[in-house]
Design a protein around this ligand. Structure first.
Ligand code: K7E
Ligand code: CUA
Length: 666
């Protein structure tokens, strides 16, 4: 026992010794000499109560100053409405991208341009200022992440956002015109022609009231296919369409790839058509929607749906193109496959041929064979039709296998070694299991069998392996996105952070190893995707001075130094201001009460990171103006007085002097 511990210590000390050697004597000349470790590894470890496994975990996650992470994770920010950008393996938070919620540091939702993007996502007549982001989707080329765009849905109001990864800013928010609820999005087709947004809670799609007594007739589910124009970096709403679905509660979706390219898979629950109302003597949703043994996996022939859409076979609902349930059934676009016990995740294997479905109330994952599904559809091997006339494929004809993985399976990801990883919510664990024969032979393991399990803390929802849902997974790391943290962190009161746990999955012969806990204190993240960092090609500064990030082009009101001016015409005052270390030009802006003020500010810097802010008291503005960027604020000066504006980014030694007076005469 003692010997073994000593051996572990020796190994750990060797690892850390190597790390220290690399930092102090390594190739990076600047750092040599600056970093001197005080104390040897063993005494530091003893003082901090770290065991050998801790030291190895530390060595595997530590990224020395000045060095960068190998991967970047894009995580949903849950009901913060934002997107988290996190370095892996260090688990350092790199950015919180403002998406559905105003974000002052980025000036997101304050300037005219960013307000307009947010506003475009408002349902008619209502201004929203939060969202519930669930599933980020990186754009793909041939089924592999290409690092160009990121999409994300808002479950709370059925919206979809487009983020351009040239500057990591939100460019477009779209309100789904036929629903107020989504979940099975966003996912993309292998070349990002379509961004998928599946619905969740059924409702009348025409936006009108209907009593729950008319649930079966008037309530409907949906899935929307948003056409993405990669050149423009925008979704084209009038080339997009939706499918009318039965009022089952549609859940997660995934796009087919390789052999299953052109097909879309969408889970559902509540095929019982439960409408709640426990207070009126009905079963509560949690029981009412869990009565049946099987719900329906929706298998959608997207290619055929697109043909019908292009042939004008849609009807307009709320001004939006919809393929009716009748058309879908007649034309064979939609088929169902029974899926066990409150299904949640549906995940397509990297080869595109298997679908892994987890039932929240079933300890198994069910693996379906796409080739068999296709055959069953061609041969009309249906066991029945549902009450809306949709064919239900014979379950036994298309199931490859079922694997008992543990309690409360939810979501599955993959690695390059033929392993799948399934999150187990109830068991607070991640299960590793083998894919089919081809892989099992290589590992000398049984095909389709559970091989390892690791505890996580606690109640994992999604998990994300490096590039673990595309055609070419990387392995190495997996992050478990845990809902509860209970005892993992210092007490911060009754609202606890969620816990992202980094797991090393590189040892394909041995076990998974837990490396690091990262608290998430801004909402409840759901899904995340991890991309190789070198695929991201973000800009250092905007391409030209006077750049509009919203248009991703030059802004008509962008100026060069020397072009600053103030123009008055009647009650309209227009200001073209420049910002550079450490002054605004002009520094005084005089208007009269009641004037309509249009204020353009251009950061004329070309130095990386030379961002200036613009904080204007009372009028409630804060901007972040990055090098080259132009932003505009527009308002009526409805209060007379003196309003000192200032730069909110600490940009230089004389940053406090970067200020001015906005003078509003009575
Ligand atoms: Cu399982 Cu919205 Cu994908 Cu949460 S969802 S966990
Ligand atoms: Cu510019 Cu502070």
């Amino acid at each position: 026992m003692r010997k073994q511990t000593m051996y572990k210590w020796a190994a750990a000390v060797a690892v850390l010794g190597l790390l220290i050697f690399m930092v102090t004597c390594g190739k990076n000349g600047e750092q040599a000499g600056q970093t001197t470790a005080s104390g040897d590894v063993q005494s530091v470890a003893e003082a901090r109560g770290l065991n050998p496994a801790d030291l190895v975990a530390a060595a595997k996650t530590y990224v020395p100053t000045g060095q960068h992470d190998e991967y970047v994770m894009f995580g949903s920010g849950g009901h913060s409405g934002q997107v988290l950008v996190i370095g892996v393996p260090s688990m350092r938070l790199l950015k919180v991208i403002g998406v559905f919620t105003p974000e002052p540091w980025q000036g997101w939702g304050y300037s005219k341009e960013t307000r307009a993007i947010l506003k475009a996502g408002n349902p008619a007549g209502k201004e929203l200022n939060w969202g519930d982001t669930h599933h980020p989707a990186l754009s793909e080329t041939e089924g592999d992440y290409d690092g160009e765009y990121l999409f994300i849905n808002d479950k709370a109001n059925a919206r979809v956002a487009v983020v351009d990864l040239k500057d990591f800013e939100t460019k477009q928010i779209i309100k789904n015109p036929i629903s107020l609820s989504d979940h099975g999005g966003t996912f993309v087709t292998p070349n990002t022609e379509w961004v998928i947004e599946g619905g969740q809670y059924a409702m009348p799609l025409n936006g009108e009231y209907a009593s729950l007594d008319e649930y079966k007739e008037k309530y409907r589910g949906m899935i929307t296919f948003w056409k993405f124009d990669r050149e423009k970096g925008r979704i084209v709403t009038d080339e997009s369409f939706a499918l009318e679905l039965p009022p089952y509660w549609q859940d997660l979706s995934d796009a087919g790839k390789l052999v299953s390219d052109g097909w879309i898979f969408l889970n559902s629950f509540n095929t019982e058509l439960s409408t709640g109302g426990v207070e009126e003597g009905n079963p509560p949703f949690e029981a009412g929607a869990s009565q049946r043994d099987m719900d329906y996996l929706h298998v959608i022939n997207l290619e055929k749906a697109v043909e019908l859409y292009e042939a004008g076979k849609t009807t307009k609902v709320g001004g939006f193109d919809l393929l009716s349930l009748e058309t879908l059934t007649e034309e064979g676009v939609l088929n169902f496959v029974p899926e066990p016990k409150s299904p949640h995740g549906v995940d397509v294997t990297p080869d595109g041929n298997f679908l892994v479905i987890s039932g929240k109330l079933d300890p198994h994952v069910t693996v379906y064979n796409f080739t068999k599904i296709k055959e069953a559809i061609e041969n009309e091997n249906f066991e029945t039709r549902d009450e809306y006339g949709v064919p239900v494929i014979n379950f036994d004809a298309v199931v490859e296998t079922q694997i008992e993985v543990g309690l409360g399976p939810l979501h599955t990801q993959f690695d390059p070694n033929g392993f799948a990883y399934t999150s187990l919510f109830l068991e607070s664990a991640v299960a590793r299991w083998t894919l089919g024969e081809e892989w099992s032979d290589k590992h000398g393991k049984e095909p389709w069998s559970l091989v390892d399990k690791i505890s996580v803390h606690y109640n994992v929802g999604h998990l994300a392996a490096a590039e673990g849902d595309n055609v070419n997974p990387d392995g190495k790391y997996l992050v478990s996105l845990n809902k509860w943290s209970v005892d993992r962190f210092t007490n911060v009161g009754p609202l606890l952070p969620q816990n992202f746990q980094l797991i090393d999955i590189s040892d394909t012969k041995g076990n998974m190893q837990l490396l690091y806990d990262m608290p998430i204190g801004i909402g409840e993240p759901h899904y995340a995707q991890i991309i190789k960092a070198d695929k991201l090609k973000g800009w250092d500064v905007y391409p030209e001075i006077g750049w509009s990030p919203g248009k991703q082009a030059k802004d008509a009101n962008g100026i060069q130094p020397g072009q600053e001016q103030v123009k008055r015409s009647g009650k309209n005052v227009e200001i073209w201001m420049s910002a550079i270390r450490s002054h605004y030009t002009p520094e005084r802006v005089n208007v009269k009460k009641g004037d309509h003020v249009t204020w353009h500010i251009t950061n004329v810097e070309r130095a990386k990171d030379a961002t200036h802010g613009f904080g204007l008291p009372y009028y409630n503005y804060n901007l972040s103006i990055e090098p080259g960027e132009t932003q505009t604020v527009e308002f009526v000066a409805d209060k007379a007085g003196v309003f000192p504006f200032y730069c909110t980014e600490f940009c230089s030694a004389l940053h406090l002097e970067m200020a001015g007076y906005f003078l509003v005469q009575p």
